[in-house]
Design a binder for this molecule. Structure first.
Ligand SMILES: [Zn+2]
Length: 70
């Protein structure tokens, strides 16, 4: 039973990591990125901030065109 709880916990942690996105804190930045080595972040003049997807959507709303292909 304890092993099952541990397994669920690890799965939840894994999901949380999948939702991690990266933001440039510069005033021109309006997108969030899937990876912190995206070409859209090369010109970022400030620190790159790691956050989760929901927080990023609340701040910037748009997904990076390089990271997210439709
Ligand atoms: Zn990107």
């Amino acid at each position: 039973m304890q092993k099952l709880i541990l397994l669920i916990f690890i799965t939840l942690l894994g999901c949380k990591r999948d939702n991690q996105v990266y933001l440039c804190n510069g005033p021109q930045s309006k997108v969030y990125h899937k990876t912190n080595h995206c070409q859209g972040l090369i010109n970022c003049s400030t620190e790159i901030e790691a956050t989760d997807l929901n927080a990023a959507k609340g701040k910037y709303r748009k997904a990076c065109g390089y990271c997210y292909h439709y």
